[in-house]
Design a protein around this ligand. Structure first.
Ligand code: FAD
Length: 454
């Protein structure tokens, strides 16, 4: 549907305006765009895009503002800030069909669904946006039980670069719908997403803190426990940066057990049998596992100040001994480095690789590192600091765009195997042939039906 555009661009902030500084700062970056627009409906989104096209402004789309590359702000361009697209609406209660605005946060979604006894598997952080997380895939606390966020997506509506409002689903613009599930913000501005929510009101959630006598042994035992775990159990093993010599090093096993059977709750014995192995991996210094509502387990992220944060990730097909040795090497490197290993498998792995644009379903785990450099670190210092990471990265089968703090051609190639990329490039050519939406892990539009690979 072609939209009736408003004559004026909506709610625009320019440098010097009240609120401009706040609107241009994101979790990882501070930008200086020529303007920030805050549309309130699809017509205003279309007007904003038309304005950017007419002045040849780069377009950044902002939902929750957590892009590790800083893609949702820019220098000299236009930011389309979706803060007013934050509704959560139940469309069909019998099907648990929920329509969520493209600028909502996952904390807002969890709070809105809680009274229904429902939840949507997404991420682990309350203020991360629905837009960015969903378009990249969405790996959350129930990933082994319900797959990625996109595995529960049944439709989306977006404003395309030429100002049309399109509905994408398995029945309409189905290739576009395939591409939206993992292909990032390449195709237009998604104003809302339709999900099927899960029948989850409470989960068993908690953290087990281990003394870190031997990081390799802890990771190996955690891996073995997760290989034997039921789908209901998802877990992350987190190694904080090595601290001062007088502090005892520790590792954390975070876990979430989500039952979700329509028939009723799993018995206490089933839950204990699933969780107990994660409490027996070494010397426990603290363990806190409780039943709580799903919305309670999402927390706001706090950005540590005084650091230049650099994040990278690798999806590994097997968390084998060599990979574990590389994780340990990296964690003990001179630069303070936090490592998180997220278990995958279960429902995540049962989706075929070509069913969505997120194509690495064979991964057993995702390894995410966060390097904490001084905030004065130069790009050259960042490159040096990443050298130890390369050895681990080479052992991966690919990358997840949402935890990748860079968006080079090789990052894009690591996220999308050649056949996936070719298909994305064809969709890009059909919906954004001029590459107006380029501030993302960018797909080059295929030319004359001949897809390219970076
Ligand atoms: P934004 O910066 O607002 O958006 C990122 C990009 O997505 C935009 O530049 C744009 O290209 C695109 N985009 C966003 N919304 C739209 C839209 N409506 N239409 C079109 N394009 C759009 N990921 C996980 O999978 N699981 C986690 O548990 C998780 N935890 C995280 C915790 C923290 C503290 C951080 C910083 C990140 C985390 N991530 C997680 C990664 C997260 O998925 C990405 O950073 C994602 O891009 C954030 O989405 P956002 O909407 O907040 O970001």
């Amino acid at each position: 549907m072609a939209l009736q555009q408003t004559a004026l661009i909506p709610d625009a902030l320019r440098p010097g305006d009240d609120g401009y500084d706040d609107a241009t700062q994101t979790f990882f970056a501070t930008g200086s765009p020529a303007l920030v627009v805050r549309p309130r409906g699809p017509e205003e989104v279309a007007a904003a895009i038309a304005h950017a096209v007419s002045r040849d402004l780069a377009v950044s789309v902002r939902s929750g503002g957590h892009s590790p590359v800083g893609h949702s702000t820019d220098t000299g361009g236009m930011v389309i800030d979706l803060r007013y697209f934050d509704s959560v609406e139940v469309i069909d209660e019998a099907r648990r069909l929920v329509r969520v605005g493209g600028g909502a946060t996952w904390g807002g979604v969890a709070a809105a669904l809680s009274p229904f006894g429902w939840a949507l598997t997404a991420g682990d952080t309350s203020d991360v946006g629905v837009g960015g997380l969903t378009l990249g895939g969405g790996i959350g606390w129930m990933v082994r039980r319900y797959g990625l966020a996109i595995d529960n997506l049944v439709g989306a509506r977006l404003v395309t670069p030429d100002g049309r409002l399109l509905a994408a689903s398995p029945d309409e613009h189905s290739e576009l719908f395939w591409a939206l599930r993992g292909g990032g913000g390449n195709f237009g501005v998604v104003i809302d997403f339709d999900f099927i929510a899960q029948p989850i009101s409470t989960v068993q959630f908690g953290t087990v803190t281990y003394r870190l006598d031997d990081a390799g042994a802890l990771i190996t035992r955690w891996r073995d426990a997760m290989r034997a775990a039921p789908d209901q159990l998802s877990s992350t093993l987190a190694l904080p940066p090595a601290r001062s010599a007088d502090e005892e090093p520790c590792g954390f096993v975070l876990l979430c057990y989500a039952d979700g059977t329509e028939a009723g709750e799993a018995g206490e014995a089933d839950i204990d049998a699933a969780i107990d192995p994660l409490v027996e991996l070494g010397t426990v210094t603290m363990a806190e596992i409780t039943e709580c509502s799903y919305s309670e387990i999402l927390e706001n992220a706090v950005r540590p100040s005084g650091f230049r944060l650099v994040t990278r990730n690798a999806l590994v097909s097997r968390l084998d001994d060599d990979v574990i040795a590389e994780i340990c090497r990296l964690h003990s490197a001179a630069i303070p480095t936090a490592v998180a290993v997220r278990s995958l498998g279960g429902a995540f792995a049962r989706v075929p690789n070509d069913a969505t644009a997120f194509a690495h379903r064979d991964a057993e785990a995702m390894i995410v590192v966060l390097l904490m450099l001084p905030d004065t670190a130069t790009d050259a210092e960042v490159s040096d600091a990443l050298i130890p990471w390369q050895a681990l990265s080479r052992r991966g089968i690919g990358t997840y765009i949402n935890f990748q703090g860079s968006a080079t051609a090789s990052d894009v190639a690591a996220a999308y195997p050649p056949a996936t990329y070719a298909r994305l490039a064809a969709v890009k050519a059909a919906y954004d042939p001029e590459n107006r939406f380029a501030r993302n892990h960018n797909i080059t539009p295929a030319r004359s039906g001949a897809p390219t690979h970076v």
